[in-house]
Unconditional design. Sequence first.
Lengths: 241, 228
Amino acid sequence: MIEWAVITENLPEYAAGLWLTLQLTVLSLVAGLLLAVPLAVLRTAGPLVVSRMVWAYSYFFRGTPMLVQLLLVYYGLGQFEWVQARWAEGNGFWLIFREPYGCALVTFALNTCAYTTEIIAGALRATPHGEIEAAQACGMSRLTVIRRILVPGALRRAIPAYSNEAIFMLHGTAIASTITLVDLTGAARNAYSQHFAPFEAFIFAGLIYMCVTFALVGLFRLAERRWLGHLQPRKAGSVKA
Amino acid sequence: MLHGYSSSLLDGAWLTLQVAVLSLVLALVLGLAGASAKLSRSRVLRAPAVLYTTVVRGIPDLVMMLLVFYGGQIGINQITDRLGWDYVDINPFAAGVATLGFIFGAYFTETFRGAFLAVPAGQLEAGYAYGMSRWQVFRRILFPQMLRHALPGLGNNWQVMQKSTALVSIIGLSDLTWLADQAGRSTHQPFLFYAVVCAFYLAMTAASGVLFRSLERRYSVGVRRAAA
């Protein structure tokens, strides 16, 4: 009943697709996180105008579908003659937006950064006031308090919410297949159109996504144990001992 | 305005809204059923519910939608062949609503499960002690309080869900995103039309944000907020 050929014949393409999916996920998550930390600090502790600007950026990216954002960047930017002129003169920065890979990476990174900024900003606001007072009493400057107290504590508290965001991002990269990229979903769509066997093609891709999802969940559980160990519920055995 | 595409875009926006609301209804029903199954004492009910939430939350919504759309077509073909009926085309609208409802039903299951557990058991016992039937306890005590705990989670899921409706354009439903794509191609102004789509989704998510905040206020009447 199951046509194994659909999977075995396309195995190399599935593998290449998985590699692209992992690249897009990891690179956009890393870029998004690095950008989100300063933005979250500006959002909570920056001047009002800057804080509002960060809010507007994250509100836009959180309020619109990532698919539309991707189409806006990939198909939309080429509409402007100014951008076409930059492409013609070989401007390295703008050439990123001519390739689907660059467009996907930039869109995904900006999107996850918007969500991550809100997650970290929420964690920053949850900093116990006593910690800040203690730091000030030790004579730390505003910047030192941010660097030593606010950010490290907030990053720890953000791990559980951030793990959800990472999984959403892994699943979100599936839309890269709509702008000609052959990621894992793209490989499944090709396998489907070659054999007209939707169950084999898509269920196999789905199983791989599930495995990667569980691996991510496991990694974040390890991270929580490492950095949030003091908040773990006590095990039943440890009370007796 | 918009090179004569405004009425077509309005049709698309209406369709997008229909997809969103209908799949929300389906997801709420599936979520309540899933949560009841997950909390039930019977293993026969619990096992499929656990499988449902685990599988759905492990697979991207786009892959699920392609599977339902293309797989559903083949499944229907086999049934109609066997019954000797004519060829039936699977409707992308039905496929889109069914998939979105099915996917978000799994997220709602988790939200409702947590909310049901958050209602203190003593209140239910008190209800039974007054001689209320199971249904009365559910309707008068469990459900209204469960809703209070569920609302923030429901609001978040609904925000994610609205944005997922854009995916139905990939399976060929002429929703707002699909129509904007067509308009952008024929006028060579894709940026303009995608920007309109963004504005529509921003308006929709902002309006739901306001709605959910007022609902949360309504359902937490009588709850004291911890002073910050």
